[in-house]
Design a protein around this ligand. Structure first.
Ligand code: PLP
Length: 455
């Protein structure tokens, strides 16, 4: 008998087993065990159903990843077909597979500029670790092995491996399980609403970019390997850079010949209304990391797209790069990702985000939630948005994070059939890219109810 169709297990039994055996990521296990995990049983489109039969609108596309929505049978069919034909083979030892090669070709075509070379991994964190090693290796090959320093931003999230945690700028993460990897430097984030101290967005963009130049000069330009940034900081609270920020950052990287890396794990595959956030913000990165939307979360797969400059040097002068994962280019994950890309392209999902649903979500959020007493500011592009919850809107005074007003709001959402995430005193949204205008209306109705309950 098929395991999924076995006798139904009682929800309370699942919760008891979960408490006994399952350590959840990013979770206070004791607190969770006291109330028991919510069990998600099935999903379709933008909706989830839990074991109590409640229908929940998923304002987060899982973890910013289910871009084509739930229940796309084509992906399950492709996975089954590929598993029957070739469930696994590695790409290490002079071999390749058709799905991995086809996917590399497709990704080279949809990524911006000359990112023509693709390295596969399984998660965003692994993609970031690959980038850390790859850019340092690049400088070794170029005869400058001292160029090791990686610069990112405070409150940036670049994954949970030791490399990703160290590169990321989450102070709570740095405090646990250290020491962190040396050679990581952090500069201020471009959080205009919360940290601009009266500067206009344009002035603040320059101030934040200047922080990069100051850091480079402090470390010594010839010691810096790369600057890494998400086009929009997702897990940091959807921090959307003010106008001029990326142009100024890019100019500084070029001035000091520092590689520019875009972490597109969240922004990639249509989230901001283009294939990549780099296109939305006119960034020309030397490398990008991608995961999540690459397979719409249907299979774990990630990749690093590498520009000609870095790839050609590594190929011509680097010899063997001692780096890779057993499942790099996994044929089933690659086949599923290819089908996901086909759907994104043929159903014009990204164009719809750019022209219809993205502008609609942004406009409706501002119109319907912007005047709410709790909402200080709304920012975002396409189908990603963040709301600062403010104590005093006139002075931009945010709630003390200890009050955890975001968590209170998030809990109301959870109880009221909406998944929205709290990042400190910010609430964030990132629904499946196939969400309709009517579903956006429903999502905003529910968010409004939850904000009212939070006041
Ligand atoms: N980079 C960014 C920008 C992310 O948002 C994430 C995950 O949310 C990661 C890297 C790490 O990805 P993963 O959780 O797949 O390891």
């Amino acid at each position: 008998m098929n395991a999924i169709n076995k006798e139904p297990v009682r929800s309370d039994d699942i919760r008891a087993l979960d408490a006994e055996h399952h350590l959840h990521p990013f979770t206070d296990t004791q607190a969770l065990n006291n109330k028991g995990a919510r069990i998600i049983e099935r999903a379709e489109g933008v909706y989830l159903w839990d074991s109590e039969g409640n229908r929940i609108i998923d304002g987060m596309a899982g973890l910013w990843c289910v871009n084509i929505g739930y229940g796309r049978k084509e992906l399950a069919d492709v996975a089954k077909e590929q598993m029957n034909q070739l469930p696994y083979y590695n790409t290490f030892f002079q071999t390749t597979t058709n799905p991995a090669t086809q996917l590399a070709k497709e990704l080279a075509a949809v990524t911006p500029g000359d990112l023509n070379h693709i390295f596969f991994a399984n998660s965003g964190s692994e993609a970031i670790d690959t980038i850390i090693r790859m850019v340092r290796r690049y400088w070794e090959v170029e005869g400058k092995p001292w160029r090791k320093v990686m610069i990112s931003r405070n409150n940036a999230y670049h994954g949970s491996t030791i490399g990703g945690t160290s590169l990321g700028g989450m102070s709570a993460m740095h405090k646990q399980g250290g020491p962190m990897v040396p050679g990581m430097e952090h500069i201020r984030q471009p959080y205009w609403y919360g940290e601009a101290d009266g500067q206009s967005p344009e002035e603040f963009a320059q101030t934040c970019a200047q922080a990069l130049e100051e850091k480079i000069l402090q470390v010594g330009p010839d010691n810096v390997a790369a600057f890494v940034g998400e086009p929009i900081q997702g897990a940091g609270g959807v921090i959307t850079p003010p106008p001029g920020y990326w142009a100024a950052i890019q100019k500084i990287c070029r001035k000091y010949d520092i590689l520019l890396v875009a972490d597109e794990v969240i922004c990639g595959f249509g989230r901001t209304g283009n294939w990549f956030g780099s296109q939305t913000f006119d960034i020309k990165p030397d490398l990008i990391s991608m995961a999540k939307g690459l397979s719409s979360g249907y299979q774990p797969i990630s990749a690093v797209a590498v520009g000609d400059r870095v790839a050609n040097a590594l190929i011509a002068k680097g010899g063997e790069f001692f780096h890779g994962f057993t499942y790099s280019g996994h044929p089933v994950a690659a086949a599923v990702a290819l089908e996901n890309l086909r759907i994104l392209r043929e159903e014009r999902v990204i164009e719809q985000v750019r022209d219809e649903t993205g502008p609609y979500l942004q406009q409706q959020l501002r119109e319907r939630l912007g005047g709410h007493p709790l909402v200080g500011h709304i920012e975002g592009v396409g189908l990603i948005a963040g709301m600062a919850l403010a104590q005093d809107k006139s002075t931009h005074k945010l709630f003390d994070s200890n009050l955890d007003v975001g968590t209170i709001c998030r809990n109301h959402c959870f109880a009221n059939g909406l998944i929205m995430r709290a990042c400190g005193n910010r609430m964030v949204l990132s629904p499946p890219l196939v969400i309709s205008k009517a579903e956006i209306d429903e999502l905003i109705d529910k968010a409004l109810t939850c904000l009212d309950l939070t006041v």
